[in-house]
Design a protein around this ligand. Sequence first.
Ligand SMILES: C[C@@H](O)[C@H](N)C(=O)O
Ligand SMILES: C[C@@H](O)[C@H](N)C(=O)O
Lengths: 155, 155
Amino acid sequence: NNRVVSGVAHDLNVAKVALFDVPDRPGIARAVFKALADANINVDMIVQAAMRDGRNDIAFTIAKDDLSRALPVVERVCREIGASGTAYGEDLAKVSIVGSGMMSNPGVAAAMFAALADEGINIQMISTSEIKVSCIIAADEIERAVNALHAAFNL
Amino acid sequence: NNRVVSGVAHDLNVAKVALFDVPDRPGIARAVFKALADANINVDMIVQAAMRDGRNDIAFTIAKDDLSRALPVVERVCREIGASGTAYGEDLAKVSIVGSGMMSNPGVAAAMFAALADEGINIQMISTSEIKVSCIIAADEIERAVNALHAAFNL
Ligand SMILES: C[C@@H](O)[C@H](N)C(=O)O
Ligand SMILES: C[C@@H](O)[C@H](N)C(=O)O
């Protein structure tokens, strides 16, 4: 088990932003993230899940201090592309499990989600790569989250 | 520029599945992915973007051949947790840019999205890590996507 997940990482310098009901057509993701790049805002996680009725939601995370600069940019893009609205969240943290053995182990992400659920911790955003599963949770839950994940994966 | 993005990867063995309007409370992500793990279905990308009205959408990708086994599992979980419905997609591909220099370069994801947009390629799902930005697109667009990304990043 130690070989599958080799560590738990966390980041408290996290804010999230979302755009709702963006048109699901080429050029929309570029419009959003080019505007942020032009404003020199560093984006960490980007997540876009599933289209419904020709629309999709896009959420991303940035450093806490960049929120006040990012929001006007996002609101302008929201109007330009005809999205239905925006939302943001502060007082957040990112918690991740990291490991090279995760790819062919179906239960690993499920075990992370179970460990957080057993602590009553709500998972606000999820993003993955082959070697990492990252969840956004409330900042005041990070200690319990990290401890629960260390216990779940014998770390 | 070569040092920021070091490569383009792609995967044609991809199907996507989504659950809509899952209750946004602890234990829901576990319910979905434990059911898939118990059915021995390997999950690649998992994305969950933004909550609205106490609900969220969860999308994930699996190997094409696992779709027929995954759908009954997902439909059952959908009913159990009170989600509004499910959807799936076939004939898909995952295309990714990979690089260790991406983290502090705001424009890199934007440049990937721009290269795909310039080809008229629609981005269906997005997931990121510090060293990778992955997009799900139609399978028949993968060649143009990979070529466009090689050109955009001088690879
Ligand atoms: C929603 C957004 O990702 C859109 N599909 C695009 O390609 O830009
Ligand atoms: C939507 C789902 O991720 C839920 N918030 C959970 O914690 O399981």
